[in-house]
Write a new protein. Structure first.
Length: 294
């Protein structure tokens, strides 16, 4: 991929497209290299920089690798060099802010991301990063307001975006808003299991057992792996003091396991789940018998 430097300045719209592509490389591809490949990747960039010493994108990529390696001084040096050559210094401010977040320098990170947003005010990634810094600094009401600005700008939201906003809202005691926000994610992302389980967890912890159970029942209607959801249903019913219903859910889960197709029904972890369900049934039956003797 070729990137824009001051030497090869093109039109504004083309620069914006290049900036987006570079940001994808930095945010998505760099973490995927993993720590084992960091040193080799840094050496590769060293060689490229020798042949293209005015390519700001190479310094920025190497700076990100140094950040992942937690080598703050080297990362800072590369960000400074990238800023001299890149047409879009907003990218440098974004990466510099991530380094400050990782190194616990949250006030400096906030200043850097605000510089990024001055140059690129519709940067969804920048706004989400600012919200993370505000949360770290304990400025949670501001954090919620930034999330409200960021979500409409997201082209491809992920579950972690919804988790992050819900976490802040829950810390403020705004449980209903947290659930509504997660429900938006359920609709937008086609009900990923992680979000569903988080909504159910919040409802259970806030004592809304019937609402949580209603969600589970709706999922059970269409899910091919009914055993997974029936186990969670049994746990909720047990915690809600409804042992008879919990026993029924446990038995339904065991039945669903016994009728899984092919290899799925022979997975080793299912054996431990069966033992756990059988132990839960024994415990609940004892509990139920004790309650009847009173």
């Amino acid at each position: 991929m070729s990137f824009v430097t001051q030497k090869n300045r093109k039109s504004g719209s083309w620069c914006r497209r290049v900036g987006v592509l570079l940001l994808v490389v930095l945010v998505v591809c760099v973490p995927a290299w993993g720590h084992d490949g960091l040193h080799e990747r840094i050496r590769q960039l060293d060689r490229k920089i020798k042949t293209s010493p005015r390519d700001g994108s190479l310094y920025l990529q190497r700076g990100e690798l140094h950040r992942l390696h937690r080598d703050w001084d080297q990362a800072t040096s590369d960000y400074d060099r990238a800023g001299k050559f890149l047409v879009r210094p907003a990218l440098v401010d974004f990466c510099r802010s991530r380094m400050f977040l990782d190194s616990g320098r949250w006030e400096e990170g906030l200043k850097a991301i605000e510089s990024h947003l001055v140059l690129d005010p519709r940067s969804a990634l920048g706004l989400f990063h600012k919200a993370r810094l505000l949360e770290k600094l304990g400025r949670r009401e501001e954090c919620v307001r930034i999330y409200a600005q960021a979500f409409p700008l997201l082209s491809r939201p992920r579950p972690d975006h919804y988790f992050a906003r819900a976490r802040v809202l829950l810390s403020l005691g705004r449980t209903a808003e947290a659930v509504r926000g997660l429900e938006q994610g359920l609709v937008c992302l086609n009900h990923p299991a992680a979000l569903v389980l988080e909504v159910i967890r919040i409802e259970v912890e806030s004592g809304r057992h019937d609402s949580a159970l209603g969600r589970l029942d709706r999922i059970l209607e269409d899910s091919p792996r009914k055993d997974i959801w029936l186990i969670r249903k049994a746990e909720i019913l047990s915690g809600a003091g409804r042992p008879q219903e919990a026993i029924v859910a446990c038995r339904r889960a065991l039945y669903a396991m016994d009728h899984l197709p092919g290899r799925a029904g022979r997975l080793p972890r299912l054996r431990s789940q069966r033992k756990r369900l059988e132990a839960m049934i024994d415990y609940l039956q004892v509990k139920l018998a004790a309650a009847r003797r009173r």
